[in-house]
Design a protein around this ligand. Structure first.
Ligand code: GLU
Ligand code: MG
Length: 437
């Protein structure tokens, strides 16, 4: 690369927007040590554009965006468009101490606690859906026709994702118009969240190069399926074995795994404020959208917030290596570091409180009457972002996962989003957010 090529030093903010500053490649070595300037109020910027008012930061303070050199990503130049070079950063104080509102540090802290307290390592993969924003009539869901019409984008994006080190596994057309999904391989906790940020930005980059826009917004059209971010999570002991697996128990979920799942379900409504945090998010999470229609644990059931995906014994597949939990209630408006950390913290609370394993629901949660819903422990997800924020405010344990400053900053961004979109109906909201994510 040439010495004047730009390297973007970026972070993912509270509204899951990637922001930062670019430096000429020739200056990069210097910047790796001291970072570039940043200010607390950057973290009060809303996805709508303006800064949230009021916010806890105001005009004071100085921070640094400190690159984590191991996260460097390159997507080669093509057709006159310079290479995309980016490095993910931690947000630190000017003396290098972590800033208390840095989302990446929030996840790192959570992972360290998991390791220090229980000698457990989290691994995860973010399964992300997106749509190309096109006027042309879509091909049929999951069809080869839809995949072929997506060329040369499809191959270009997979090539770029490989170059960026994200280990893509598949490319396929999903259910909604021009909707696609690219699952990627599991990575260590922090790397998995980094990877989810990189996947989105690389997909957007390649779409841009092809003259299109890729949107990860939770819901583009109220009449269609939405774009989910399903977080697949496993917890490994020191020997690398899954703590979640026990072949002798229902659905092969261990006692530990049951407690962990119970913690996630217990805090599910508060978690929504961090995992599905846009004004359109709750509309995606309705029954019969194959997203997550209810707060429950189920096996092979796409209406459940927490799902145990199938164990495949074909070709000598080892169930002990496959079993994991899939949290289906997240979307791309969520900061992936905050989302993953909050899910883990909720699970840890379940383990520490020795919650009993939730029942494994074997049917459509929407078909249950009240008594059955109670028996199966099935609850409703928040009906709106306002409800989710209320649930977070009322869940003292969940609120305590964040420092008071982080909580205030997060709330100010979300409240500004609610205020800034209060006049829009659902369809207008979808259009607004389609342009953001
Ligand atoms: N589009 C669905 C969602 O909004 C997910 C479909 C699937 O991959 O199971 O979460
Ligand atoms: Mg899907």
């Amino acid at each position: 690369m040439s010495t004047t090529d730009l390297v973007a030093l970026v972070c993912c903010d509270l509204g899951a927007i990637v922001r930062g500053r670019s430096v000429p490649a020739a200056q990069l070595d210097e910047r790796l040590g001291e970072g570039v300037g940043w200010v607390p109020a950057n973290h009060a910027l809303t996805p709508l554009g303006p800064v949230a008012e009021p916010n806890p930061f105001g005009a004071t303070g100085d921070l640094r965006l400190l690159p984590d050199a191991g996260t460097r990503v390159t997507v080669s130049a093509a057709d006159g468009v310079p290479a995309l070079e980016l490095i993910l950063c931690d947000i630190v104080e000017t003396d290098g101490r972590p800033w208390e509102c840095c989302p990446r540090d929030f996840l790192r802290d959570t992972l360290q606690e998991l390791e220090a307290a229980l000698d457990i390592r989290a691994v995860a993969s973010f399964e992300q859906e997106f749509q190309l924003v096109l006027d042309s009539p879509p091909a049929l869901p999951f069809s080869l026709e839809a995949q072929r019409r997506a060329e040369p984008f499809a191959t270009a994006v997979m090539t770029a994702l490989v170059e960026a080190g994200t280990q893509p596994e598949r490319f396929f057309a999903e259910y909604a118009p021009h909707q696609f999904e690219i699952p990627v391989e599991v990575a260590g906790g922090l790397a998995s969240a980094d990877r989810s940020v990189v996947v989105r930005e690389v997909v957007r980059e390649i779409a841009r190069r092809e003259g299109m826009r890729a949107s990860f917004a939770p819901l583009l059209d109220p009449a269609q399926a939405g774009n989910g971010v399903h977080i697949h999570l496993n917890l490994l002991d020191a020997a690398g074995r899954s703590m979640l697996y026990d072949g002798g128990r229902p659905a092969c979920l261990s006692e530990f795994g049951g407690r962990f799942a119970a913690g996630i379900l217990k805090h599910a409504r508060a978690l929504s404020a961090l995992t599905a945090p846009s004004p359109t998010s709750a509309a995606r999470l309705q029954p019969h959208r194959w997203s997550a229609g209810a707060v429950c644990l189920a096996e092979r059931n796409r209406e459940a917030l927490l799902r145990i995906p199938p164990l495949v014994s074909l070709d000598g597949g080892d169930p002990a290596r496959q079993l994991h939990l899939e949290y289906r209630g997240a979307d791309a408006a969520a900061n992936p570091y905050l989302a993953l950390a909050a899910i883990i913290r909720a699970g840890l609370d379940g383990v520490r409180s020795e919650l009993p394993a939730p029942p494994i629901l074997d049917r459509d949660p929407a078909q249950l009457d009240d008594a059955e819903a109670e028996r199966y422990g099935v609850g409703a997800l928040p009906a709106s972002l306002g409800d989710a924020l209320q649930a977070l405010a009322e869940d003292e344990v969940a609120r305590g996962w964040m420092s008071p400053l982080l909580y205030d900053a997060y709330l100010s961004v979300k409240q500004a989003e609610l205020a800034g979109t209060a006049d829009l109906d659902l369809s207008e909201l979808c259009t607004r957010y389609a342009a953001i994510y």
